[in-house]
Design a protein around this ligand. Structure first.
Ligand code: SF4
Length: 278
């Protein structure tokens, strides 16, 4: 039995022991056009995301029920469909525009890795975005590809990360990944996004100091944009009522212009170029 067989939910409904349950879905289009700036196509090997960030807006954009967002569907035929769609294409592929391409499922299924292997001979650039240090596994491929790897870091606080991004690797591992990528010559940047409204000045200073120490030269900044119903969805989680209330209050009261100015000031002080995400 292959790793894939073990990992995927078995046909009779039994899940293989000690591995997350992931369902398999067919791919209709591997490379839809992207409307995001700088990207020509989107590539998302998974539907849903085990990182389970409270601020994730993807379920609201994709109209998937919020409560089902961590039920991951894997496009196991994506590398095959992609290989046919790549012919004659030029431009930049955004990898992970909707869901994280290096969530835990990828460790077992290698769909992202197999897609990158398909892309290399065609010469398209790849702009990948993740919260996981699993990206380091594919460093050999990123050294061959044109493009960049972004890693999202919203704070250096493990407590805040555990609360806001309960399924994602902690910030220290993401910082290590940024360091590993830059040391290997991969074009890497940090996404400070969403810019969490509860950050104090000392949090921003610590965050930017830590990012600069990884050797990256660029940080991207994205504002917190809660979708309708998001705070209620957070409050509806067991034990998250206070967190939902606190986040909503911080968002309502926060002067984002001042917070962004603080991030830009600290980036400038540490020699990091700071650009707006969208
Ligand atoms: S890593 Fe991205 S896609 Fe996954 S839950 Fe977090 S914000 Fe959503």
């Amino acid at each position: 039995m292959s790793t894939l067989d073990l990992f995927l939910e078995m046909e009779d409904g039994r899940a293989a022991p000690s591995v997350p349950r992931v369902r398999e879905v067919r791919t209709r289009v591997a490379l839809p056009a992207s409307r995001l700036p700088g990207l020509d196509y989107s590539l998302n090997p998974y539907v849903g995301c085990q990182h389970d960030c409270l601020y994730c807006y993807a379920p609201y954009v994709t109209k998937r029920p919020r409560g089902k967002w961590t039920e991951v569907l894997a496009r196991t035929d994506l590398p095959h469909v992609l290989s046919k769609e790549l012919r004659g294409k030029r431009g930049t592929i955004g990898l992970g525009t909707v869901t994280d391409p290096y969530q835990e499922a990828e460790r077992h299924l290698l769909l992202t890795r197999r897609c990158l292997i398909e892309i290399i001979p065609h010469g398209l650039a790849v702009s990948a975005l993740t919260k996981s240090d699993l990206v380091l596994r594919d460093i050999d491929l990123y050294k061959e590809l044109r493009g960049e790897v972004g890693i999202t870091v919203t704070s250096v606080s493990p407590e805040l990360s555990r609360a806001m991004e309960p399924g994602a690797p902690l910030p220290a591992r993401r910082l290590d990944a940024l360091r590993g990528l830059t040391e290997e010559g991969v074009n890497a940047y940090a996404l400070i996004g969403p810019l969490l409204p509860m950050l104090e000045e000392r949090d921003v200073i610590e965050l930017v100091d830590a990012l600069a120490a990884t050797g990256i030269e660029r940080a991207m900044l994205d504002r917190f944009r809660p979708r309708p119903g998001m705070f209620d969805d957070i409050r509806a989680r067991p034990a998250c009522k206070g967190l939902g209330d606190g986040l909503e209050r911080a968002h309502r009261e926060r002067d984002y212009s001042a917070l962004e100015a603080l991030v830009r000031r600290e980036c400038s002080r540490k020699g990091l170029r700071c650009v707006d995400a969208f």
